[in-house]
Design a protein around this ligand. Structure first.
Ligand SMILES: NCc1[nH]cc(CCC(=O)O)c1CC(=O)O
Length: 322
């Protein structure tokens, strides 16, 4: 008896090197898990704006929308996003079927001459387009008497590393996970401790999205889900949502599961919001029981947000990103 070859699952992806790497990883995992063929479908955006201009008006949002439209129209079956680029509100008709185990959530420094942050010389210029990174780097510098300057930059990972290689900047800060997925983590000169720089909510995690009414695919993809990662990022994103901050707000958050040897005993959630010059930070931490459900994880995020708002967090988020 012969069986017809299974119809390939269509995975929609952006064309950037990072998006292709992330989609490739998930495509491999889906093939292994289901035995089904997976084909990558490149999604481009239409209109009269160039890619350069797209990046300037906050490119990722535009691409998230394009992928989501392709999902809703049935042009593709599923899509992979960097969770940190997804707005906290989930759109009607779509579901985050899987949040796989996340990579290192921390930020990484790529500095010239192998330097670490605290080894940077006076006047050093550090490139980052993120007000969250600028706020925390400037606060850290201040606390150790380091005289450095953060400089706004844009562009994809390769472009940003290029500013250091060309000598235009002394250092840049990028997500360690993105560097790992591009095979460039070896270029990091320091992985920044979360006690100094809290990552963006959801950083290092991928989100696999499909149509909510595609029950068969939702069930297949659920095999890639990591409940611990889902709990952690749910707490981080609920903190972000409760602060009513957008994805470009100067908000950092990291949830981790604390253990006693092999046994996970509680979840800790740390959050920060600050002015980009680093003169004022509201930074708090809380712990709760290991969440039994994403809803319970979200409660921890809302609790910490309430405490941060009581300490003046709202006033720090009005500041416009540089
Ligand atoms: N906003 C761009 C973006 N979106 C996701 C990542 C890296 C991968 C991740 O955080 O999961 C990056 C690059 C960066 O911040 O260095």
């Amino acid at each position: 008896m012969t069986t017809a070859p299974a119809t390939p699952l269509r995975l929609g992806t952006r064309r950037s090197a990072l998006a292709m790497a992330q989609s490739g990883l998930i495509a491999d995992a889906v093939r292994e898990l289901t035995g089904r063929p997976v084909e990558l479908v490149e999604i481009t955006t239409y209109g009269d704006v160039s890619r350069e201009q797209l990046a300037q008006i906050g490119g990722t949002g535009v691409f998230v929308s394009a992928l989501r439209e392709a999902l809703l129209s049935g042009e593709i079956d599923f899509a992979v996003h960097s969770l940190k680029d997804l707005p906290t509100a989930e759109p009607e008709g779509l579901t985050l079927a899987a949040i796989p185990r996340r990579e290192d959530p921390r930020d990484a420094l790529i500095a010239r001459d192998g330097l670490t942050f605290e080894q940077l010389p006076p006047g050093a210029r550090i490139g980052t387009g993120s007000p969250r990174r600028a706020a925390q780097l400037n606060a850290w510098a201040r606390s150790v008497g380091l005289d450095v300057e953060t400089v706004p930059i844009r562009g994809n990972v390769g472009t940003r590393i290029g500013y250091v290689r060309s000598g235009e900047l002394d250092a840049v800060v990028l997500a360690a996970a993105g560097l790992s997925r591009l095979g460039r983590i070896g270029e990091a000169t320091e992985i920044l401790d979360a006690d100094h720089v809290l990552p963006a909510p959801g950083q290092g995690a991928l989100a696999v999205e499909c149509a909510a009414d595609d029950a068969e695919l939702t069930a297949l993809l659920a095999g890639l889900d990591d409940p611990h990662t889902r709990a952690a990022v749910t707490a981080e994103r609920s903190l972000l949502a409760a602060l009513e901050a957008g994805c470009s707000a100067p908000v950092g958050a990291l949830a981790d599961l604390l253990g006693d040897g092999q046994v996970v005993t509680e979840m800790r959630l740390r959050g920060v919001v600050g002015t980009t010059d680093g003169t004022t930070l509201v930074q708090l931490s809380t712990t709760g029981p290991v969440p039994a459900s994403p809803d319970q994880a979200a409660d921890l995020g809302r609790e910490l947000a309430a405490e941060m708002l009581a300490k003046g967090a709202a006033g720090l988020m009005g500041e416009r990103a540089l």
